[in-house]
Every structure is written in C-alpha cells, then in structure tokens.
Design a protein around this ligand. Sequence first.
Ligand SMILES: [Cu+2]
Length: 336
Amino acid sequence: MTTGKRWTFLPVGMLAVAAALLASALSLHDTASPASAQAAGGNTVEVGDDHFAPQTITIPVGTTVTWEVAGSHGHTVTSDTGVFSSGTTPLTQGDTFGFTFNQPGTFPYYCLFHGGPGGVGMSGTVVVTAAQSHPTPVPSPTPMPTYAPTPTPMPAAAPTPAPAPSGGAAGSSITVTLGPGRDGSQPGTAMLMAMGSETEVDINITPGAAGVPQPVHIHDGTCDTLGAVQYPLTNIVDGKSTTIVALPLSSLLTGNFAINVHMSQAEISTYVACGTIPASTTQTAPVTQLPAAGSAGLQGGYSSRGMSTWWYVLLGAGAVLLVSGATVLRKARVRR
Ligand SMILES: [Cu+2]
C-alpha cells in the first residue's frame, strides 16, 4: 500500500468535506427508481412507520444486514453505541442502508426521529453470533495495518472538526420552537426533517379542544410580520400533525417563513402558536458516524438512496473511505 492506489484515504480533517459531498450526493433524491436491494434475503429488516421488523434479528458474524424503508415517513438506523449509522438525513421509502457485522455481540439501535437509545420507541437489536465451527472462519478482520500513506498528518492543533456523533444534532433536521400566538397560547415545537427534495414537518403543541382540527400553515414573513399562506400543513388534532412538504428543507431556511397555528376553522383569525423558521446556519450533515475508538476490525456498509449507492469503509483510526457504486471492487480489495 504505497502510492498508485486508486482509492483515497481521507484524513479526519477531511471527513467533514467528504461527508458534505456525500450528503449532497444523497440529497439527489430520485423517487423514479426504487433502490436496488443489494442484500441477500433473510438479512433484511423492514423499516416501517415507527417500527423495525423484525425488531430483533440474529445473524452469524460477517453478515450484512440491510434495512429497507417501507414506511412513508423519514427514519434513520442509528446504533446506540456509534457502531453504525445511516446518518442524520432521514432515509425515505425505498431507501436502503446496509452494514456488515464483523464482530459478535449485541447491537441495539434506534431511529433518531422516532426512538431513542436503550430500546426507547422505534428501536431494534442485531444479535451477531460467533462463527460456526466451520473450518473457514470468517476472513478474520485483520486489524488494519496501521495504514502507511500518512499524508501530512493533521496538525494536531486543528480546531477539531468534530463529527458530533451525538444523536441528530446535525443540520439535516431542525426544531422550531412555537411560542404563543398573537391571540392565544398553545406552545410546542415543529421538527423539520430534510428528506431529499421534500421536508417532513412534525408538529407537537399543547393540545387545544379535544378532536377539533386546528389549521396550521407556513406563512411568508416572521411571526411579527405574518404574510400570506405559502404552504398549508396538515390540520393539528389533539396537538399533533405530520406533513410532507414538497420542498427541500434548505428552501425553507431563508428566515422568511413562519409556522402559524390557528384556533380552528371557525376561528381562523385567532392565532394560538407561532414560530419563525430560522435562516440556515450551517449545513453539515455527517453521513456516517465513526465507530467508537478502539473498536477493532474493518467496518463498513453502504447507503442507497434513489439511484445512487455509496459504499463506505470505516478505518479504525478515524478515517473513512467513501466510494461510489462503481467502485465496490475497491471495497473488496480493502477488506483482503
Ligand atoms: Cu423513525
């Protein structure tokens, strides 16, 4: 492993760049073509709306598990312990995410948006059993040869472009606080999740009169200067509403939109909650989280959204190798 290799090591400092690249590639959400499932049958977990099925899957070491989104909302596949992650950009219907488990053990995971670590809400478990007594043990994850090229070692003083592996804080979703409205107060939040060319808006406010639909819209302007209705959202009932808006999240982050909640259809001019959608700040979206320091072996997987499939290989020391669909061979080569 000297020069001339066709794949590229990305030092930690470049990870953010790579992640941004990958994120933008992934946002070319193309609903025209169903993702081609690369997985062997039997190792597939269906990602439904707010559940994983089966919830617990047991596989022998060395197996690739594929998660495929069947639900109509956006979801993630996120390891409790940072071993694997589909990233913070929600996977949507037809998207797949794969991860090869080269270590035995129990690996709990969850959806960033509908669950939490420790088996909360939308969550599941992968149980990886040790290799069978087969004489051919799984091509043992030969500990990464401390890889040579060491291209200009990161100046240790670099301002740590931390990939923030803490759940979901990255820019592919934002939470807008809904404060009191002009005429009443049913405060709460609206979570806006990027889903390629669409945005899922989940609203959760203090419930109004039971069962009474409360119109809610994205208006021009801010809460102080509300303008015309631009995008109607699903009526809120008992404090909750979910809408898929046919606009990328970035188009809503202009600082010139506000979410305004009305008392009811009959009292449409009574405003009970409002929040201004902030202008975009940073749009960093780490697509993969690195394994916890010290995790041995070579880990990797792939992410397939629409027409594009990306493979990645996580290298122990905190580098990630990103390759596109055409370069699967390189992954195989690396694993040797
Ligand atoms: Cu979910």
